[in-house]
Ligand binder design. Structure first.
Ligand code: FES
Length: 229
């Protein structure tokens, strides 16, 4: 039997198998930590940083991504402090500014309490969460996709820019991409660069319906509304 550890998340004592991430342990108990790049069953890389929490040790807290933090005996985690909410809002704002035409991204931002975006919109088609690359590599072992370039030139592409035979044409890269799952219907014409707000109304309607908060699979990761505001 897998060894269990006991830890505290937001004042609740929970048990989780050794080796589990704090994010998965929390989600397993219905404690929702907003997350974007995490895909169950794939290796976590901490790319989006939305899942940040405070790890409290000896009275001092350290902010870290919960998907890359494994549970430890006696651990004390806070997911929802003012500091975390403020940092998370800022991260969400930056992601929206990067990719405002993704409904999944807009929805995530609203759930993190973002009501306006203070950064210039870049209209990228990729937020470099790496979901597609990891799915292609780890699930299909195809290695058809990868990150290419560095710094601001870094992007996801096929090796040498060519779709190669090793691509199994499974479409998983499209299915798991927050940009393509639910393209935002629309506010992003020049001069309309803002949160569209539609997700907010969906959130209000679905507040009490577990797992039904947005119109996409990806959005189920943001099902807990207590993190908004
Ligand atoms: S889900 Fe943890 S960093 Fe993206």
């Amino acid at each position: 039997m897998q060894q269990q550890v006991t830890l505290t998340i937001d004042g609740s004592t929970i048990r989780a198998a050794r080796g589990t991430s704090v994010l998965e342990a929390a989600l397993g108990y219905g404690i929702c930590i907003p997350h974007l790049c995490h895909v169950p069953g794939l290796k976590d890389t901490g790319a989006c940083r939305l899942c940040i929490v405070e790890n409290v040790q000896n009275g001092r807290s350290r902010v870290t991504t919960s998907c890359t933090l494994t549970v430890q005996e006696g651990m004390v985690i806070r997911t929802n402090t003012e500091n975390i909410k403020r940092l998370r809002r800022n991260i969400a704002e930056l992601i929206v500014a990067e990719a405002p035409n993704s409904r999944a991204v807009q929805d995530m931002a609203v759930r993190c309490g973002v009501r306006e975006v203070r950064y210039p919109f870049r209209r990228e088609n990729c937020i470099q969460c790496g979901r597609c690359v990891r799915y292609c590599t780890e699930m299909w072992r195809a290695n058809a996709l990868g990150f290419i370039g560095r710094g601001k030139d870094r992007k996801v592409d096929f090796a040498f820019g060519n779709r190669r035979d090793i691509c199994k044409k499974c479409q998983s890269c499209v299915i798991y991409c927050p940009m393509s799952v639910t393209p935002c219907g629309g506010p992003m014409k020049p001069g309309e660069e803002k949160l569209c707000g539609k997700c907010e109304s969906v959130e209000l309607m679905a507040e009490n319906a577990y797992g039904a908060c947005v119109h996409c699979e990806l959005g189920k990761g943001f099902q807990c509304s207590r993190h908004a505001m």
